[in-house]
Design a protein around this ligand. Structure first.
Ligand SMILES: [Zn+2]
Length: 242
């Protein structure tokens, strides 16, 4: 039986001789490995399907040793991401996050899939820094998983006039000085302001933003820590945070 899925290549692994395994992320099947046969040959038909970020329509069949890709048509290769080291590290970090996720159902898979696609587009085609895209990606991801960050008030007592905000990693929310606990960390003014601006900005408008220098990475550290505490997965973000 042949199955058709629209998927993004989020991980690759070498296999014997000319074959390659690719991890596909799709709304229908979530994350699933498939083999590209003979793809390393110079004239291989489905050559571009072995590249990270590649988005396309894949035909999958069950073979003796798992799924095999029997057909492929490209929808967007996002190959420009690889032309620039900063963008590339940003793209790899997006995939690293998705690799660390589990999905409770099709709704969650769809929301993450669409978000990933929009972030790859932004990274690939807009004049926007990879830090901003990653910040926005994580902020939206927390919404999808049911712990959005409210930047207007203390999540504990509800106070709105707050001099200093603290990030509470246990709840994944902002609290005031009176409500902070052991797991809370004071947010620098620039980090808070970056969080507020990004929370209210459309993903497609990131290139119009002007944030304080360094604030996007300061915010990213907080968001990554929040991710790690909720998903119990460490993120390396090579080339960006390490
Ligand atoms: Zn409070």
């Amino acid at each position: 039986m042949t199955e058709k899925v629209q998927a993004i290549v989020i991980k690759t692994a070498d296999r014997k001789e000319k074959d390659k395994n690719i991890l596909l992320f799709s709304i229908e099947k979530g994350k699933t490995w498939a083999t590209l046969k003979g793809v390393k040959g110079a004239n291989a038909k489905m050559k571009i399907a072995q590249n990270l970020f590649c988005f396309g329509e894949f035909l999958l069949e069950n073979g003796k040793f798992g799924q095999v890709v029997t057909g492929f048509s490209s929808l967007e290769t996002f190959h420009e991401i690889g032309d620039d080291p900063d963008r590339y590290f940003g793209g790899i970090a997006l995939l690293e996050v998705v690799n660390g996720l589990e999905f409770s159902g099709v709704g969650e898979r769809k929301a993450v899939f669409v978000l990933l696609l929009r972030c790859l587009k932004s990274l690939c085609f807009e004049e926007v820094s990879q830090g901003l895209v990653l910040d926005k990606f994580l902020i939206e991801l927390f919404k999808i998983y049911g712990f959005p960050i409210n930047t207007e008030k203390c999540s504990c007592c509800g106070a709105r006039t707050i001099e200093k905000f603290y990030f509470d990693y246990q709840s994944g929310e902002l609290v005031c000085g009176n409500c902070k606990g052991f797991g809370s960390e004071e947010l620098a003014k620039t980090t808070y302001s970056a969080l507020k601006i990004l929370s209210n900005c459309d993903l497609e408008k990131l290139s119009t933003l002007k944030l304080a220098e360094g604030s996007e990475l300061g915010l990213l550290r907080v968001l990554v820590k929040n991710f790690e505490s909720h998903f119990e997965r460490n993120l390396k973000m090579i080339g960006i945070l390490s």
